[in-house]
Design a protein around this ligand. Structure first.
Ligand code: ASC
Length: 152
């Protein structure tokens, strides 16, 4: 029996999603570059919030919201790029503990992501005091994770 084009398409989709799930990155270097790029973008937009919190630039609720919106999306991205086999490759400051203590690394990610959710709520109030509190929460989570899992 000949497959209909719909059945062929469905089979292709199923195959593609399996392949993607198995290897999101063609090689370790690609994963390392991806997670570093996401961290760079996060830092740029988090830094712009920090400038307001520290009074280096005037607080502007709309600018804060726009920067946080980018941060909120990009903060979700690095974690899938710390898979098995990506310990070595391109220059990386990722410590071996990421892979040898995965429960602790996962807990640090979750802490960070929960602080990011608070930042998202805080920036929407339009109040600098709220932003400041939540900014410090996220910054503390960045720092805590780096201390355990990022080489100097
Ligand atoms: C940043 C950045 C980090 C964190 C960290 C917070 O903007 O690049 O790595 O914040 O410094 O303590």
């Amino acid at each position: 029996m000949k497959m209909t084009s719909i059945a062929k398409f469905a089979a292709m989709c199923a195959l593609c999603s399996t392949v993607l799930a198995q290897a999101q990155f063609a090689k370790p270097d690609d994963a390392i570059e991806y997670r570093q790029s996401a961290m760079t973008i996060m830092s740029a937009h988090f830094g712009r919030l920090g400038a307001m919190v520290q009074g280096k630039v005037p607080f502007d609720a709309k600018v804060a919201q726009d920067n946080e919106a980018v941060f909120a999306v990009v903060s979700k991205l690095p974690w899938a790029a710390f898979g098995e086999g990506t310990e070595k490759g391109a220059d990386t400051k990722a410590k071996a503990e990421i892979w040898s203590d995965q429960a602790k690394f996962k807990a640090a990610q979750e802490k960070f992501l929960s602080e990011a959710v608070k930042l998202d709520a805080a920036v929407k109030t339009g109040k600098l005091e709220d932003l400041s509190v939540a900014f410090k929460g996220v910054g503390g989570a960045c720092k805590g994770c780096h201390e355990s899992f990022k080489a100097k």
